[in-house]
Ligand binder design. Structure first.
Ligand SMILES: NC(=O)c1ccc[n+]([C@@H]2O[C@H](COP(=O)([O-])OP(=O)(O)OC[C@H]3O[C@@H](n4cnc5c(N)ncnc54)[C@H](OP(=O)(O)O)[C@@H]3O)[C@@H](O)[C@H]2O)c1
Length: 557
């Protein structure tokens, strides 16, 4: 097997994360939270600096940020108060591991999908979108609908909203109302790079989220990222000139075009964009944007909880040291980078920058045809996990998408863990947040915080198989060995001929003659058919392979 970047990633992250993996009790998220809470951040009381006082007035949102500079506020907003898996960012802010992507989702689906995602049996508390998706107001609508549905349900169930529902230990405000914490990632598009344009973009985003920000039962925490470091003429779908031309006048007026070298590079480190510009390179308007984000996150009158970047390379991240006051708290990246840029991952890990991964389904699962062996191996791990959970009676409908069957080869059976869940759980196990997009309720359930947090930690062998399979799927270079359903045919009372049979074309291939009292082992796939002929007497029977990858079946003949 060739050198595996993902295995490198596994070793790198697991070497550091070992303590929670070997902890004897609890689900792996519990252990993850333990580690994070018990690590460097635990004793830093500044990091526990969350507000307990929700107020619809945006001015009173000062304590939302845990930037270490605010006063200590020891309310119940600690890691253990979250029944959805979280991790602490470098600024002490809790951040959900399980998210839902709605960037590029058809607008008509957005509010309903988010609202369903917030249901108690899914508990998805992170929504990923972008300014360029033009759906931030729909995101706010969906969050409001979802939270109001939850309040309604808890009122109907008789607790009047005064006590937390099962699995939800959100804070209660002074009036004893439930306050649901919801996180949103949004991003500043590359047309809005530069100090003033970035401020303009962020202001528009905050306005669009207004309905959720101002809702008394919602604690909205916004994470704002630079979507790209610049517009690249060489990337075919980017239309640098055209997009600039079609910007609203207000955006154009806000600041100079980011790709205007004269505005951001006049040879002496000054620029025509305002405020402390330090750009010295063409295409470095993002550095001015970063200053804007630093100011925004430091401003405690808005609900911006952290800042970060997306689609940045390691070399750009390394530049932060030279000019930034705050390192990115978050880096959002394509799965492709996880594979081909392990140094980016290493850099983020060493600098305590949290990773959010996108393109998990389209980039990995949807490549099943290019790497079928890898897909079978993922299904084999899914089968192991399913059996393990079933043995322990840990496989409710909330984990497997209410028994809905998936199309394609993503599941062994409709009531099993899916290959998608294996990949998502594997990333979460590496403390990487995931933001898959879906408009299917069954997939929403599978991808949910409730479902994924119940999947037990994979053992080292499973981690290795998943790492290699994911790498094969992304690269299109399949694994050299397939996974199978193993069959042991035992000729108990007669000599038989074993044939592989193709029901579609009726063709047969002889596999073995099995003498009475002996066994023969064969590797096969679900759906295959065998035909068994008695050597003496001429009787025949068919055997259909009903089983999952990784299983071993015994057949008495
Ligand atoms: N930072 C960036 O530059 C950037 C770029 C692209 C995307 N994103 C973010 O990432 C999010 C995801 O977008 P993506 O492009 O990465 O797409 P993706 O999540 O890789 O794939 C989405 C597709 O996966 C399917 N799917 C979802 N869950 C599934 C499951 N459990 N089993 C089988 N299929 C499943 C969905 O179909 P169904 O609807 O039928 O479930 C949909 O067709 C976006 O919404 C956006 O927020 C960020």
């Amino acid at each position: 097997m060739k050198y595996s970047s993902f295995l490198y990633l596994s070793f790198l992250l697991f070497a550091i994360d070992k303590p929670w993996r070997t902890h004897a009790q609890g689900r792996f998220f519990g252990r993850l939270v333990d580690l994070v809470a018990g690590g460097d951040n635990t004793n830093n009381t500044n990091n526990k600096n969350h507000r307990n006082n929700m107020n619809s007035n945006i001015k009173n949102r000062r304590n939302r940020k845990d930037d270490g500079s605010s006063t200590t506020d020891n309310n119940n907003d600690d890691d253990n108060a979250h029944e959805f898996p979280t991790i602490r960012l470098s600024n002490g802010v809790h951040f959900p591991l399980v998210g839902l992507g709605v960037g590029n989702m058809q607008p008509e689906f957005v509010p309903a999908v988010i609202s369903h995602g917030l249901d108690e049996n899914k508990n998805i508390r992170l929504i990923d979108t972008a300014h360029v998706s033009k759906n931030e107001f729909l995101v706010a609508r969906g969050i409001v609908e979802g939270v109001e549905n939850r309040l309604l349900k808890s009122t109907k169930s008789g607790d009047g909203g005064a006590t937390g529902t099962a699995g939800d230990k959100d804070k209660h405000d002074d009036e004893n109302k439930q306050v649901h914490e919801v996180h949103v990632i949004t991003k500043v598009w590359y047309t809005h790079l530069g100090y003033q344009r970035t401020l303009h973009s962020a202001r528009e985003s905050l306005e669009s989220f207004g309905e959720a920000i101002d809702h008394p039962n919602i604690d909205l925490r916004i994470h704002i990222l630079l979507h790209w470091p610049r517009c690249y003429d060489e990337i075919p779908w980017m239309d640098c000139k055209g997009e600039e031309e079609h910007l609203p006048e207000a955006t154009k007026r806000a600041g100079p075009p980011p790709n205007d070298a004269s505005a951001f590079n006049n040879g002496n480190g000054n620029s025509n964009d305002t405020n402390n510009n330090t750009n010295t390179n063409n295409g470095a308007a993002w550095k001015d944007s970063w200053r804007a984000l630093e100011e925004l996150v430091a401003d405690t009158t808005n609900p911006i909880a952290s800042i970060g970047v997306s689609n940045f390379h390691r070399r750009e991240l390394e530049e932060f040291d030279g000019f930034a006051k705050i390192l990115p708290h978050l880096v959002e990246t394509n799965t492709w980078s996880l594979l081909y840029d392990p140094l980016l991952i290493e850099f983020c890990h060493r600098r305590n920058i949290h990773l959010v991964a996108y393109n998990l389904m389209e980039g990995i699962l949807y490549q099943a045809k290019t790497a079928p062996f890898a897909t079978h191996h993922l299904l084999s791990v899914a089968n192991d996990i399913t059996n393990d959970m079933r043995r322990k009676d840990l496989l409710p409908a909330a984990v497997v998408g209410n028994g809905n069957s998936n199309s394609n080869s993503n599941k062994n059976n409709s009531n099993d863990i899916s290959a998608a869940q294996v990949v998502l759980a594997w990333l979460l196990q590496h403390s990487i947040s995931v933001v898959p997009r879906t408009t299917s309720l069954a997939h929403l359930q599978e991808n949910s915080a409730v479902a994924l947090s119940q999947i037990p930690a994979m053992n080292d062998d499973q981690v290795k198989v998943v790492a290699q399979s994911v790498e094969a799927l992304i690269s299109g270079e399949d694994l050299t060995e397939d996974a199978f359903v193993t069959l042991t045919f035992h000729a108990k009372s007669k000599d038989v001929f074993l044939y592989w049979h193709d029901p579609e074309f009726g063709g047969e291939i002889e596999i073995a003659k099995i003498q009475k009292g002996t066994s023969f082992e064969e590797s096969s796939h679900p759906g295959h058919q065998f035909k068994i002929y008695e050597v003496h007497g001429g009787g025949t029977e068919f055997f259909d392979v009903v089983g999952n990858y990784g299983e071993h079946k015994h057949i008495e003949l």
